[in-house]
Design a protein around this ligand. Structure first.
Ligand code: GDP
Ligand code: MG
Length: 443
């Protein structure tokens, strides 16, 4: 699947200190293959890969994320973008009933969706009315009635006096009914054909003009892959629509339609249907879909937490000190950094979920929070002068610090050694640009 492919790609970046041009090219190639295999439309793939490459090149070195994580973040961000960015909410009419019209091929899942949407609307505190305008297929009206019963929403269906056999007449009459009985949302189910045909399109246009919908939703089966795009275009030209509903996402392991449709039609996916039960339905969230594709749980939340934990400002301050702009890197700075790491450390479990977390993950796996408490105790037993200039810490000072902190002299020696090592390492990194790992940690 797309998720597996991408996870494999990110795994190859594990342990890289920095992304080279070749890494970026190789990764871009892999992502391209992964998307094509997922049945994403070629123009969409091209745009996507180009955007990822451009951002990967321009990416600033981040203290909180290693290169693999950075690529994951970029891919995630770009996925969210092509999926539409923000969730597009339903627009309700300011006065009178809100009219939602469904359009799509036969078997797309319109009738099922009409009832699911009605249930969801009820949960939003609305009082919906379902309208049966599919008078083409035998039992279509009855099917809507059965579904309406399941969710406890009334169905307006053709009967003598409201335009039997005439879907446009039924549609028009339903709006009057809604106004009379104070339903505030009307969901109009329509007929579809197995393929796009002009008679069906003309009927849809007729219904549209009769009810003046606030939202026309194009309903499409995600399992039909690239065909979804051709159909989407035909309906866009034929009736036009404001948003898309993807159905049968439960059967679409590849995710291609979800990724292409917004880019190709310029219309946002608003809802997603993922099963036969009336509750298998939700508002479409681009960020959650992206996470689902990357198969990493809620990626953004993780990354934001990591960024917060490793305070960017402090990292910058440390880097400035090392480059000689903010005085020397002292044991106080060292302690501050350790405390940053401690914040990260408490997230070890979460970070382990990230594929390709690389070096930082390995370090955190060996990470012992108590070790930082011990370091802290030792540093706290030093005088300000000693913290500022650790070179003055001679034998007698070491003995005093050991006694004061309840540690051994060997512990103090170990700490001072590690401090000097970390300082050296950080100076090299400051020169070379980029954080290779977590300073001061046994890696
Ligand atoms: P319509 O012709 O567009 O009205 O489509 P229907 O609502 O009659 O649905 C066609 C078939 O697809 C029915 O058997 C539904 O049970 C099934 N179906 C609809 N939505 C979903 C879905 O999200 N997942 C799955 N697995 N099946 C669905
Ligand atoms: Mg139907």
């Amino acid at each position: 699947t797309l998720s597996d492919r991408l996870a494999e790609t990110f795994k190859n970046l594990r342990g890289k200190g920095r992304l080279s041009e070749a890494d970026i090219d190789a990764t871009a190639r892999e992502i391209r293959i992964a998307l094509l295999e997922a049945d994403v439309a070629l123009p969409v793939v091209k745009d996507f890969v180009a955007a990822v490459k451009e951002r990967a090149r321009g990416e600033e070195v981040s203290g909180a994320l290693n290169p693999a994580q950075q690529v994951v973040k970029i891919v995630n961000d770009e996925l969210v973008t092509i999926l539409g960015g923000e969730t597009r909410r339903l627009r309700y009419a300011k006065t009178g009933p809100t009219v939602i019209m469904l359009a799509g091929l036969q078997g797309a899942g319109k009738t099922t969706l009409a009832a699911k949407l009605a249930l969801w609307l009820k949960e939003q505190g609305k009082s919906p009315l379902l309208v049966a305008c599919d008078l083409q297929r035998p039992n279509a009206v009855q099917q809507l009635q059965v579904n309406g019963d399941k969710v406890g929403v009334p169905v307006f269906a053709p009967e003598a006096g409201n335009g039997v056999g005439d879907p446009i007449g039924v549609a028009r009459a339903s709006i009057e009914e809604a106004k009379r009985k104070l339903y505030d949302v009307v969901v109009v189910d329509t007929a579809g054909r197995l393929g796009v045909d002009s008679e069906m399109m003309a009927q849809a246009v007729g219904i549209r003009d009769a009810v003046q919908p606030d939202e026309v939703l194009f309903v499409v089966d995600a399992m039909i892959g690239q065909d979804a795009l051709t159909t989407a275009q035909a309906f866009l030209d034929g009736v036009g629509y404001d948003g898309v509903v993807l159905t049968k996402l439960d059967g679409d392991a590849r995710g291609g339609a979800a990724l292409s449709i917004r880019q190709v039609t310029g219309r946002p996916v608003m809802f997603a249907s993922s099963g036969e039960k009336m509750t298998d339905f939700d508002v479409f969230h681009p960020d959650r879909m992206a996470s689902r594709i990357l198969d990493m749980g809620d990626v953004m939340t993780l990354i934001e937490q990591a960024e917060k934990a490793f305070d960017q400002e402090q990292a910058l301050k440390a880097a400035q000190k090392l480059s000689g702009q903010g005085g020397e890197f002292t044991l106080d700075d060292f302690l501050e950094q350790m405390q940053q790491i401690k914040k990260l450390g408490s997230m070890t479990k979460i970070l382990k979920m990230l594929p390709g977390a690389g070096q930082i993950r390995e370090q955190l796996e060996n990470f012992d929070e108590r070790e930082i408490d011990r370091v802290e105790a030792v540093i706290r037993s030093m005088t300000p002068a000693e913290r500022d200039n650790p070179k003055i810490i001679d034998g007698s000072r070491r003995a005093r610090i050991a006694k004061g902190s309840g540690r051994t002299v060997a512990d103090v020696n170990g700490l001072v050694d590690r401090f000097f090592e970390a300082r050296k390492m950080m100076m090299q990194m400051a020169k070379g640009g980029g954080f290779g790992g977590v300073p001061g940690m046994p890696g």
